[in-house]
Design a protein around this ligand. Sequence first.
Ligand code: ASP
Length: 396
Amino acid sequence: MKFWPAELNADKLSGSESCLPVRSNVGLLISRSLRVEELCMKPNKRTSPLFILLLYVAALNSAAAEKKLPNIGILATGGTIAGAAASGTQAGYTSGAVTIDAMLAAVPGIKDLANVKGEQISNVGSQDMTLDIMLTLAKRINALLAQDDVDGIVVTHGTDTLEETAFFLNLVVKSDKPVVMVGSMRPSTAVSADGPLNLFNAVGVAVDPRSRGRGVLVVMNDWIHGAHSLTKTSTTAVQTFMSPLRGLVGISTYGKNDFYNTPGWKHTTASEFDIGNVTRLPRVDILFACADMSPDLIDAAVANGAKGIVIAGVGNGNMNRASLEAAARTAKKGVVVVRSTRVATGTVGRNVEVNDDDVNLIASDELNPQKSRILLMLALLKPRSNADIQNLFYTY
Ligand code: ASP
């Protein structure tokens, strides 16, 4: 089944159904550009040549003006962009309360950018995003983008875990066509809701041929981020997403874009990860380090079935001696332990304060804990050496 419905085609009107007063060649030309009602004028017995000429010129003009709009699928998952509150000025609201059709109705200008078709994948606050929904979403995107009549995808999503889904899609989407994620910080009912313009801009980025080949992009508050590098930095501010290490991919202003960068990491069509037959991802837990961290958290994660652990370390991916010993013990048993950082920006280097070579740990390089977890889950889909996994962290 095709994603896009057949267009209304006046060619199909025949005999008595046709209201065209003119012969078919002119009528055909007009029919592609003007609405059928506009053509339903009373037939004259004798149509003057001037009238035909005027119609012909009008038809030529509108045919030239007519642009074939790209087809963009909008896949909705929920979040504040689909949130609703009882009043426009209250802080409390419910995420994922509004359907994709209602969201699209709030942005009528979108129809000038693209033919859009909404599809509801889920309707949850992204604090409730699951690995199952991520897999369903990724498979649906791959199926849609494999169709010739789909030019790009926009995903609406809550901001809390948006960066995780964006990075996941960046690794498993098998197409160069644009995939753009978008959310909002204010619910749809708020005074100055940011969702409608964010959604408009996201579609503006999805239809832009220059978006192709840059991996999954995220559009929020006029900024275009790459999935590898963005992170949520404020719990409530509209300008919450930043790409501290790599900067912006570009900016988007009322549907017009300026591109500055192409993310240099492997993604989408160059990625080796394939979730085509995957129904479940291995469990990877994140543990948050602090002064005097309890090492038994590491043992508890393993006892509960974790196949990998990411430590949100202090500073350059550090942890106290007792936790480092627990991590080394765990790594020896074959559970992969990645050192990331709880610090907002900066890289975690291999063999800096921790000798990773000795204790068999992985350094996360530029990936924060939540993205390290995504990469590690995908890496663990097949057996790999620690050296291979370390290499993935330098590559993706
Ligand atoms: N808790 C919300 C969510 O992630 C926040 C938001 O969308 O901005 O779904």
